[in-house]
Design a protein around this ligand. Sequence first.
Ligand code: MN
Length: 193
Amino acid sequence: MFSLEEYPLGFEPSALEPYMSAATINFHHGKHLDTYIKNLNGLITGTDYEKLSLNEIIIKSASDDKAKKIFNNAAQVFNHGFFFASMARDNGSVFPEKLVKTFGSKENFFEEFKAAALGQFGSGWAWLVNDKGTLKIMTTSNADTPIAHGMKPALALDVWEHSYYLDYQNRRGDYIDAFLNHLVDWNFVAAHI
Ligand code: MN
């Protein structure tokens, strides 16, 4: 069984203001993530999935047509855990040199990541991933996750409206700018690339 305590915030709910409000954090972490966890627990109880790790559940359910709900909830637990762990308010971490080498410059990385996140139609996620040794920017729809495609994530941005609507309404671009400029813990990213 999974619990919200396994996915603690590394900061106070108000620590990301004004870029992400305590209200958004409290709803997003305390309600949305908690609901995915509770749904997952309910769905796996008494099934073959019950004894598996979260990553094992995601990989097994990704190829099981009858386990779509398990996949969606497990993937969202992983995605949100990764997203919340990758943020810290202006913590002084330095943009990784490896990303400068791969994407040309910090500005170019920001531009490409923003274009991908803005271009995701509807709900989903923008990612920096390590795909068998190659760093790339990609998006996934709804709950889909790089873990299900054999890729290792290094940065996640939730672009479901629930992640920004309280603070930015429909201005997804402003939310992406605030995330890249003020909320990413680049030490976390550097540890995953
Ligand atoms: Mn979310």
